[in-house]
Design a protein around this ligand. Structure first.
Ligand SMILES: Nc1ncnc2c1ncn2[C@@H]1O[C@H](COP(=O)(O)OP(=O)(O)OP(=O)(O)O)[C@@H](O)[C@H]1O
Ligand SMILES: [Mg+2]
Length: 341
């Protein structure tokens, strides 16, 4: 039974050695069972995780009823994970200590979804509260210009510049607010059977024309079956990924400016995948965790909504998106979509 649940389970015997790890625990913690089974658990832990384990054991000893719960955050490679852990002590019917069981659930996805919901609410409010005063501000500045610009003599330049800045900056803010409200109001996807390869070819063709100095390659898997897609939203997702990839290779000093869009189909898992691969500078290490959050941007003038929108569209299609490093350089975004039927 423990083989099929998504909860991770690890048991430790009365000699503090690991006696069982279920498949979910192996997957979540990237553990190789063969290497750790039968060994003392303190020995197999990474150094930075030892204080967490000690804390759990201490809590267990102090806890009445031999049960302790704690939310923990672990870094595994460059991934951060939040787990809810429940630890309990085991005794046999003679009250002899038999060991411990650690049960844990991955909260990372749940937290991401909660953050996403919070952001949509923020976006909605910003759109609502900030947008209203912007037009009167702009109109007032324009009126001042019309009325006084030609009447002023000595301060004319200052007046000209200041009013112009107000009008321009308000324009930028309006644009930002529009993006926010579009994000907050984005309609849910309406998927119908469609051909992903065609959508990709069409979208990449637009970029080829607009950026002749970048080499765009399309590698299509012709075995891809029809998928349930909302054509305009999938297009938007691909555009956002291509936009980021194009900026990445264009701003990079490297002369190789290549972007590959690849589709593939895994008939066993019934999963179609789209990869957007660039040869840009790669994702900054500390940015990886927040990449898909709204408003996270390292670009001047970036809204940081691009990847948040992509993530939302992919989720609406019951898919997943992930990012990893390309070798020798650059970034790979992979979208996986289920094939129904
Ligand atoms: N292909 C890429 N290579 C390197 N960094 C990337 C890539 N794609 C995204 N990023 C990083 O992720 C951040 C967030 O991307 P996102 O598309 O959400 O917003 P943005 O591009 O900054 O703003 P906007 O989409 O409004 O132009 C970017 O600012 C950049 O730091
Ligand atoms: Mg972007």
């Amino acid at each position: 039974m423990l083989n099929n649940i998504s909860t991770g389970v690890i048991s430790i015997n009365n000699k503090d050695c690991i006696s069982m790890i279920n498949p979910s625990a192996q997957k979540m913690l990237s553990i190789k069972t063969k290497k750790v089974l039968g060994r003392p658990f303190m020995e197999v832990l990474k150094e930075e995780h030892i204080p967490i384990a000690e804390d759990i054991v201490n809590r267990l000893k102090e806890a009445k009823g031999g049960l302790a719960e704690r939310q923990i955050t672990l870094s595994l490679g460059d991934k951060k994970m939040t787990l809810m852990t429940h630890a309990s002590l085991l005794y046999d019917h003679n009250n002899e200590y038999m060991g411990m069981v650690l049960v844990f659930d991955d909260l990372t996805q749940l937290q991401k979804m909660q953050r996403m919901a919070a952001w949509r609410e923020v976006a909605r409010r910003i759109a609502h509260e900030v947008k209203n005063p912007l037009t009167p501000i702009q109109l007032s500045a324009q009126r001042l210009r019309r009325r006084y610009l030609d009447k002023l003599e000595e301060d004319r330049d200052v007046f000209d510049e200041c009013t112009r800045i107000i009008i321009e900056q308000v324009d930028d803010m309006k644009h930002l607010v529009d993006e926010f409200s579009a994000f907050a109001k984005m309609p849910s996807a309406m998927p119908v059977p469609d051909d992903l390869n065609i959508i990709i070819r069409e979208t990449v063709a637009l970029y080829k024309q607009a950026h002749p100095q970048v080499e765009y390659l399309v590698e299509i898997d012709s075995g891809l079956p029809q998928l349930e897609l909302d054509r305009s939203q999938i297009k938007r997702a691909i555009v956002n990924l291509l936009e980021n990839a194009t900026t990445a290779v264009e701003e990079d000093g490297n002369s190789l400016k290549k972007i590959t869009v690849r589709t593939a189909y895994n008939p066993q898992l019934r999963i179609a995948s789209i990869q957007v691969i660039d040869t840009g500078p790669g994702i900054p290490r500390n940015a990886k965790d927040r990449l898909f959050e709204p408003y996270f941007s390292t670009k001047k003038g970036g809204t940081g909504l691009g990847l948040a929108i992509v993530s939302r569209i992919v989720t609406d299609h019951n898919g997943f998106i992930r990012v990893r490093q390309n070798h020798p350089r650059g970034t790979i975004f992979t979208i996986e979509l289920p094939v129904r039927g």
